[in-house]
Design a protein around this ligand. Structure first.
Ligand code: FRU
Length: 464
């Protein structure tokens, strides 16, 4: 059978990506003066983790992005080795951004400062410098301020490390966003959980509070915590500066390989949206990403709307992403008519639904990624090739309900998979040099149970 051969250049065409250099965490997410603003950690000069600026992209619709000049550059004594991650909030028509100034001394010791910068137009920022000093109970690993408005005051939560090298989160309060009072540690749970917590975030969803953070130093346990660093959440209750978990379980937010350091914000429609970084990988594997030779690396996840249903965090690609669809194929109809369907772009969305439950299947996508469902255990696995050492590696989740829907977003070198309407999500990068792209790899047993199987070609919206 004729196969559609495509040689990948690994380009990312509709996710927010580094124009050049290296991009990491999403920062300062906000809907301000009728636009979505996404700032991000950015080294414009190279593909290594240094020289972090705040890059800036704006959009009217979460789909088409324009890249602006960096909002912050590391050019002051208190942020000279990097304007690290942080968040944004609007007050009296002005945009306040809080970030961590990172300073490395000659002997390699580090200092960190929580800093403020303010803007009238959301584009040009005036730096106000460091806001306060941390108590001595913590090392210099205190960073990533996330600020929000409570009933009577503003709150700022920060990732931190205690002097005995344990990860934690600390919290401050303020009446005016300028002077801040230390309120102690946000929570006692989970205790002894890694050596550093990065990018903490507190979300109020359907009257529940959700504490999201990215701990470092967690050991793998069965199918859990397989990545170099994890991102997860705990469900509980936030009051007077303290978070009390209702369920003492750290749930991974994304079951794939690279998703890390997400941040949430509420938009003008009252939706809670999240972007993450795709993402965190072991340093040698990161250096081996094929786009490094082209002078750029990494991108963000798609915007996801998040909600809480029956004690479970649900993440769905925002509705606006349907605007990306430029051509659609109803595969259930097309399959009976033709032997093969050739796609002209490698940017695709695929949606599948099962009326009755899905039976077991293995689906090989792009000659590279295996999606495997073992129906008796409700076990869903994604397998890919590690581009550094060529081994096959897997990530797995045991679904709470049988598989009933699957939505895939594909780029040349990235994939996001939403199962059962966003109850589980997998994000990953993949790199292969030559692939085939026809539907003929489908297992017919699986097809017979499907009630919907659509493939959409997507528009390339990122113009650098
Ligand atoms: C998470 C992180 C943050 C830090 C930033 C630096 O990926 O390490 O803790 O502020 O990246 O780029």
């Amino acid at each position: 059978m004729e196969k559609n051969k495509i040689v990948d250049d690994h380009t990312i065409n509709y996710h927010i990506r580094a124009q050049k250099g290296l991009i990491n965490d999403p920062n300062g997410l906000i809907y301000f003066k009728d636009k979505y603003h996404v700032f991000f950690q950015w080294n414009p000069e190279g593909t290594t983790h240094e020289n972090k600026h705040w890059g800036h992209a704006v959009s009217d619709d979460l789909v088409n992005w324009s890249y602006l000049k960096p909002a912050l550059s590391p050019d002051n004594w208190y942020d000279k080795n990097g304007c690290y991650s942080g968040s944004a909030i609007e007050k009296d028509g002005k945009l306040y951004i809080f970030y961590t100034g990172n300073v490395k001394k000659a002997q390699g010791e580090r200092e960190s400062y929580q800093c403020l910068a303010v803007s009238k137009d959301g584009i040009h920022f005036e730096k106000h410098g460091p806001l306060f000093e941390h108590p001595g109970d913590y090392t210099a690993h205190v960073r990533d301020p996330k600020v929000w408005k409570g009933n009577e005051s503003y709150w700022m939560v920060l990732g931190a490390q205690t002097q005995d090298l344990k990860g934690t989160a600390i919290i401050y309060s303020s009446k005016d966003l300028l002077s801040w009072d230390f309120q102690g540690e946000l929570t006692d749970e989970p205790s002894d959980f890694g050596y550093m917590w990065e990018c903490p975030d507190l979300l109020r969803l359907n009257k529940k509070d959700v504490f999201v953070f990215s701990p470092q130093g967690i050991e793998a346990k069965g199918t859990l915590y397989q990545n170099i660093f994890q991102t997860g959440y705990m469900l509980g209750h936030f009051e007077n500066g303290r978070f009390t978990p209702e369920i003492k379980e750290f749930n991974e937010m994304d079951r794939g390989f690279e998703f890390y350091a997400p941040q949430s914000f509420e938009d003008d429609q009252g939706r809670t949206l999240v972007f993450g970084w795709m993402g965190a990988m072991p340093p040698k594997q990161e250096a081996a990403v094929p786009t490094v030779k082209d002078g750029w690396i990494h991108h963000l996840s798609l915007p996801r709307e998040i909600m809480f249903v029956k004690n479970q965090l649900i993440q769905k690609p925002v509705d606006e992403l349907k605007k990306l669809r430029i051509q659609s194929y109803d595969m259930l109809k097309d399959i009976s008519k033709k032997d093969n369907v050739l796609f002209t772009t490698s940017e695709q969305e695929i949606t599948c639904k099962w009326d009755t439950c899905a039976s077991s299947f293995t689906w090989t996508l792009r000659n590279e990624i295996d999606l495997r469902y073992e129906a008796s255990e409700r076990k869903f696995t994604i397998e890919r090739t590690n581009w550094l050492d060529s081994t096959r590696e897997t990530r797995t989740v045991y679904l709470k309900e049988t598989l009933s829907s699957l939505q895939l977003f594909l780029e040349d070198s990235a994939m996001e998979v939403f199962l059962n309407d966003g109850r589980e999500v997998f994000s990953l990068r993949y790199f292969n040099n030559e692939r085939t792209d026809s539907w003929t790899w489908l297992n017919k047993d699986w097809l017979s149970n499907l009630s919907q199987f659509m493939i959409f070609e997507l528009e390339k919206t990122i113009k650098l």
